[in-house]
Ligand binder design. Structure first.
Ligand SMILES: C[S@@+](CC[C@H](N)C(=O)[O-])C[C@H]1O[C@@H](n2cnc3c(N)ncnc32)[C@H](O)[C@@H]1O
Length: 321
């Protein structure tokens, strides 16, 4: 059963919910917990309307339905292909960015809402203007997290980013917002390389990156990040959660599974779906102190195709004491 029935005709261009009379799902109020906008006025930094945020309640019924689809997907991609995807990972992402340039991922405007450290930095900078902070986005792609942050804040001394796709770094550096006085970006592979010799950040971010890395390398990568960060700094993690729409979709295709919760998409990009418990275990085993971990359950309806998506994202904040 569809957890949000009798479609609520969400017209995200207007940012309003239009409920047809007689079609009201009585449980809608309980299922959809909040309706709010990414920004106060419903517009993003470029004055374009943004999607309203609609949360749904993840429950046992939804979980069982998802588990059923996932468990029916039993064909595993052979080991030789698995290794090829691993070896060619950076090439595959290069090809991805050659094709999409910076038009694929949306700018991430939610970071201020989700990362309280940004407000702490802001307050301390307001009290004392000499207080400046360093941020580093690991697996920064073309800068969809970095540019909105820089645009909103004046307290950054340095904004670092690295990614193993040279193409992504080239696109990022070509962005008109890339100010060489503040930004510094380079090519670096979280799995294969030592992390860059940047000034250690006060805030590190790892946003939809670990999911692109093989699960057998997750702990090694998180340990490497832990060793690299400085005491007192915080790492913000956000990624795909188990039972996400994307996982169900890939499971239904039945020829995309690399390992449990790990799949390859049509373009060779791999994606892992995390549970909250796994995230906790990964980061605490690596040495971090967990500040929080939570899942976001968001309902999105594609305006053009009308496809309904029950998204699951996991995020956490971790302190290096
Ligand atoms: C889904 S994109 C997210 C990009 C960016 N963090 C954002 O929020 O828009 C995943 C990124 O991880 C990068 N990536 C994947 N594996 C990596 C690795 N081993 N080392 C460094 N970057 C990697 C990819 O090149 C890609 O840019």
């Amino acid at each position: 059963m569809d957890p949000i029935q009798n479609k609520q005709n969400i017209d995200d261009s207007e940012g309003e919910e239009i409920i047809q009379e007689g079609e009201v799902d009585e449980n809608f109020e309980q299922r959809v917990q909040k309706l709010l906008y990414e920004t106060d006025n419903g517009l993003n930094l470029y004055n374009k309307p943004v999607m309203p945020l609609i949360y749904y309640e993840f429950n046992e019924e939804i979980k069982q339905q998802a588990q059923q689809v996932i468990s029916q997907d039993t064909t595993i991609i052979p080991q030789d292909k698995y290794e090829k995807y691993e070896q060619e990972a950076s090439k595959i992402w290069d090809k991805f960015y050659r094709h999409h340039q910076n038009n694929f991922f949306k700018d991430r405007h939610y970071l201020e809402r989700e990362i309280p450290e940004l407000n702490h930095f802001k307050e301390s900078h307001q009290k004392d203007e000499t207080k400046l902070y360093v941020i580093c986005e690991m697996g920064c792609g073309v800068g969809n997290a970095l540019f909105p942050l820089k645009k909103n804040y004046t307290f950054f001394k340095k904004v670092y980013g690295f990614d193993f796709s040279k193409r992504a770094i080239d696109v990022l550096k070509a962005n008109e917002l890339y100010d060489e006085n503040v930004f510094q970006a380079c090519v670096c592979d979280l799995v294969l390389d030592a992390l860059p010799d940047f000034e250690r950040p006060d805030l590190g971010t790892l946003i939809f990156v670990l999911s692109a890395i093989s699960p057998e390398n997750h702990l090694m990568v998180v340990r490497k990040i832990f060793e690299w960060m400085k005491p007192g700094s915080v790492l913000y993690f956000r990624d795909y959660g188990q039972y996400d729409f994307g996982q169900i979709n890939l499971s239904k295709k039945k020829n995309r599974k690399l390992k449990d919760n790990f799949y390859v998409k049509h373009d060779g990009v791999r994606v892992y779906y995390f549970s909250n418990e796994e995230v906790t275990s990964l980061f605490t085993t690596a040495g971090f102190k967990q500040l929080d971990v939570k899942a976001h359950y968001r309902y999105i309806e594609n305006r053009k195709t009308k496809v309904k998506m029950y998204r699951v994202w996991v995020q956490g904040r971790f302190l290096k004491e």
